[in-house]
Design a protein. Structure first.
Length: 312
C-alpha cells in the first residue's frame, strides 16, 4: 500500500485524535476555586455533589463544553437572542441555558458531520474536489439537522396545545363559574388534566408560579401567549388581559373563546376530511388499481392467449 492510499486514513486519524483531546480537556475536573466561583454564580450547583444529581458521562461533557462550543454561534444582537429563546420556549425548553446548549449541539453536530463527511470522502475519492465537497456537505447536514428537529418539535407541541385548548377552557369555565378565581381555576385544571394535556398544563403551572412570585397578571398572560406560539393562546391571553383591565366577566370571555376555538377545530377537521379524496388518488392509482386490473382482466387475457395458441 503506497503513501497515497495511507494519507486519507492518516488525516482522518489526526482529526479524530484532536476531537478526542478537546473532549478530554473539556471533561477534566476544574479547580476548587473555579467550582466555588461557579457556585456563587449559580446557587443550584451547591446541591449537586451532596444530592448526587450532577450529570455524568457524556451529559457532563456536553454541559461543560457548551459555553465554549456555543461561543462561535452566539447571536450578535438582542433581537436574535430573544428570537432563539422564543423558538426554544415554543418547543418546550424554558431553561435559561437551553439556547446555549442548543447552539453547542449545533456546533458539535457540524464538527461531527464534517469528520464523517471528510472520512467518507477521503476514503472513496481521496484528496480531490469530491472528497472536500463531501466534508462540506456533512458539515452542512450536521449544522442544520438540529434546526430541523427543533422545528418539528415546535410544530408538534403547538398542534397538541391547539387541540387541547378547547377542552381545557371548558373545564376552566366550569371552575370560574363555580366561584373560583382565575388563578385557582388554572391550578384546578392543571390537577385534573395533568395526564391528558401535559403540554398545556405545564404552561399553566409556569404561569401560576409566576403569579405567586408577584409578577403582574398582564405580563404573565402575555408571556404565556408568547411561550406557546399558538395564535389561539395569544388571542386568549389578549382577551383575559382586556377582561382584567376593564373588569368584565372572565367566565363569559372564556366561554366565547372556547366556542370559537371549537368551531375552528371542527372546521379544520372538515377541511382535512375533504382533502382525503384528493390524497387517496395516488395510492389508489399506484397500489389498488393494478391489483383490480389483474383480477378483472387476467382471466380474459389467459383465455385469449390459450385461444391464440390453439389456433396457431
Amino acid at each position: 500500500m503506497d503513501l497515497t492510499n495511507l494519507l486519507p486514513w492518516a488525516i482522518f486519524g489526526v482529526i479524530t485524535f484532536g476531537v478526542w483531546a478537546l473532549i478530554n480537556v473539556f471533561s477534566s475536573r476544574s479547580s476548587r476555586a473555579i467550582e466555588r466561583l461557579e457556585e456563587l454564580r449559580d446557587p443550584t450547583l451547591r446541591n449537586r455533589e451532596g444530592g448526587g444529581s450532577g450529570k455524568t458521562g457524556m451529559g457532563a461533557v456536553v454541559e461543560m463544553a457548551a459555553p465554549a462550543l456555543s461561543k462561535a454561534l452566539q447571536p450578535k444582537t438582542e433581537l436574535e437572542q430573544s428570537e432563539l429563546k422564543k423558538r426554544m420556549a415554543n418547543a418546550g425548553y424554558n431553561a435559561p441555558g437551553a439556547p446555549q446548549l442548543f447552539l453547542a449541539i449545533k456546533f458539535a453536530m457540524m464538527i461531527g458531520g464534517c469528520l464523517l463527511g471528510s472520512g467518507f470522502g477521503l476514503v472513496h475519492w481521496g484528496m480531490t474536489q469530491k472528497g472536500w465537497t463531501s466534508s462540506i456537505v456533512g458539515a452542512g447536514l450536521g449544522f442544520y439537522l438540529p434546526e430541523l428537529v427543533l422545528a418539528l418539535m415546535k410544530r408538534s407541541r403547538q398542534e397538541k396545545i391547539f387541540l387541547q385548548l378547547p377542552d381545557t377552557l371548558d373545564l376552566l369555565v366550569v371552575c370560574v363559574e363555580a366561584g373560583l378565581g382565575l388563578d385557582a381555576g388554572m391550578r384546578r385544571v392543571c390537577d385534573e388534566l395533568v395526564d391528558s394535556a401535559p403540554e398545556l398544563t405545564s404552561e399553566f403551572n409556569m404561569a401560576n408560579k409566576q403569579l405567586q412570585m408577584g409578577r403582574p397578571r398582564r405580563e404573565v398572560l402575555h408571556d404565556l401567549g408568547v411561550r406557546t406560539g399558538v395564535d389561539d393562546m395569544r388571542a386568549l391571553a389578549a382577551i383575559l388581559i382586556q377582561a382584567d383591565k376593564f373588569g368584565s366577566s372572565i367566565a363569559q370571555a372564556l366561554r366565547v373563546q372556547s366556542d370559537s376555538m371549537r368551531v375552528k377545530r371542527r372546521q379544520i377537521a372538515e377541511e382535512r376530511a375533504q382533502q382525503t379524496a384528493v390524497k387517496m388518488i395516488f395510492p389508489l392509482v399506484l397500489f389498488i388499481f393494478p391489483g383490480i386490473f389483474v383480477v378483472l382482466v387476467g382471466p380474459a387475457a389467459i383465455s385469449m392467449i390459450n385461444g391464440l395458441l390453439k389456433n396457431g
